[in-house]
Write a protein that binds this ligand. Structure first.
Ligand SMILES: Cc1ncc(COP(=O)(O)O)c(C=O)c1O
Length: 389
């Protein structure tokens, strides 16, 4: 669970600063700041005029044109065939699916293996479903990949789900095909469903292309992968995603969902199909890349050593001083520089000692606010100068 005091304190200082007229640079939340591409909006306006979209979607797993667009997209992007009729399910955003998967699989006494630090949805829902979680540490020394041999065999035997997320939130780390191959083998050995959260699949820089778990031979026997239109097409508010892979897992998730929700608004699904078929959101990715370079190059120049992420839109940086916790540093940077950063321990104990900065920033034009952020951080004096380190 996220330690509430942490965010409460940041939110309190932020609210006070805004009330006193301060100009806050909010690098906290990760939410695309550019609007949804116009062809997608036009497609929605068109679809909403069709009364067919006004009724329940009575299909088995989602609006047919959307599921076909999703599997075609997956085939084009990653070279993997997925059957639109049996191996994909439409979601009301990937968060919904990731959460409900825990409810579909976890009973009291079961274990879910989740990353620490990690997106909190996996852990919280596994626990709410009555299960236990084993938090696999993601450490810089292992490139933020869980070390499979460190997981106790007793845990592996009781585990039903193994959640991973690459490209990773909050660390910005990426997975290798070798890691996925080991993970597939591990999940096969212990009969665990491998759950790969790829919400940031296409947010990648410098021409880098993320591998997927389903590219591994035999992965479909033990894996389900979650995708989202939110970050891919600046559609966080639309609530649309999909999960694909093992047909039984897809079915189990849909069986649970059909008792809870009645799918997304079909007009939104049709607009999503348009996005998957025809939209290239490169201008948004290029913008994040420019911001990433301005922020990371700028911070490195002032003596704060940070790595440039290859994918996702987060800069995960070590707190640049030894006398402050993540929360203390984030609090100080907010007070002294009017910049919001997320303390790493908000994502789990292993996040202590780090802060996360998002490359999404409403109102930024051409990266000017990121340059300003670097100047403010420098002026705050909170980053020791290289000579002083
Ligand atoms: C790692 C990760 N997974 C999933 C999601 C959920 O995205 P959505 O429900 O909008 O598809 C997010 C959102 O921030 C995320 O960071």
């Amino acid at each position: 669970m996220i330690p509430p005091y942490l965010f409460a304190e940041i939110s309190r200082i932020k609210a006070e600063a805004i009330a006193s007229g301060a100009d806050i640079i909010d690098l906290g939340i990760g939410d695309p700041d550019l609007p949804t591409p116009q062809p997608v909006i036009d497609a929605l306006c068109h679809s909403v005029q069709n009364p067919v979209t006004h009724r329940y979607d009575e299909t088995a797993r989602g609006w047919t044109s959307f599921l076909e667009a999703a599997t075609d997209w997956y085939g084009r992007e990653f070279g993997v065939d997925v059957d639109a009729a049996t191996e994909v399910v439409q979601l009301i955003g990937s968060k919904e699916g990731l959460a409900h998967l825990a409810w579909a699989y976890i009973d009291p006494g079961d274990v879910a293996i989740v990353p620490n630090p990690g997106y909190t949805v996996y852990k919280v829902n596994s626990q709410m479903a009555g299960g236990e979680v084993y938090e696999a540490p993601l450490r810089e020394a292992n490139h933020y990949l869980p070390v499979l041999r460190d997981i106790p065999t007793e845990i592996a035997k009781r585990a039903k789900l193994f959640y991973v997320c690459y490209p990773n939130n909050p660390t910005g780390a990426i997975a290798t095909k070798e890691f996925y191959a080991d993970l597939v083998q591990y999940c096969r050995e212990f009969d665990i469903l491998l759950v790969n959260d790829m919400a940031y699949a296409t947010v990648a820089y410098d021409g880098y292309k993320n591998p997927t778990v389903l590219q591994i031979e035999g992965a479909k026997d033990v894996s389900i992968e979650f995708h989202s239109l939110s970050k891919m097409y600046n559609m966080t508010g639309w609530r649309l995603g999909f999960a694909l892979g093992n047909a039984d897992a897809v079915n189990n998730l849909q069986r649970l969902k059909s008792n809870i929700d009645s799918k997304a608004f079909p007009a939104i699904a049709e607009a999503g199909a348009k996005a998957l078929r025809n939209v290239d959101n490169k201008h948004t990715i290029d913008m994040y890349q420019r911001r990433r370079d301005l922020l990371c190059d700028g911070l490195n120049e002032i003596g704060w050593k940070v790595e440039k992420p290859k994918s996702a839109f987060y800069v995960w940086a070590r707190v640049p001083r030894t006398d402050m916790t993540s929360a203390e540093f984030a609090g100080a940077i907010l007070r002294e520089a009017n910049i919001v950063m997320i303390p790493g321990n908000g994502y789990g104990t292993e996040g202590e000692g780090y802060v996360r900065m998002s490359l999404t920033l409403l109102g930024d034009t051409g990266g000017a606010r990121f340059k300003e952020a670097v100047q403010r951080i420098k002026a705050s004096g909170l980053v020791p100068t290289p000579a002083a380190v």
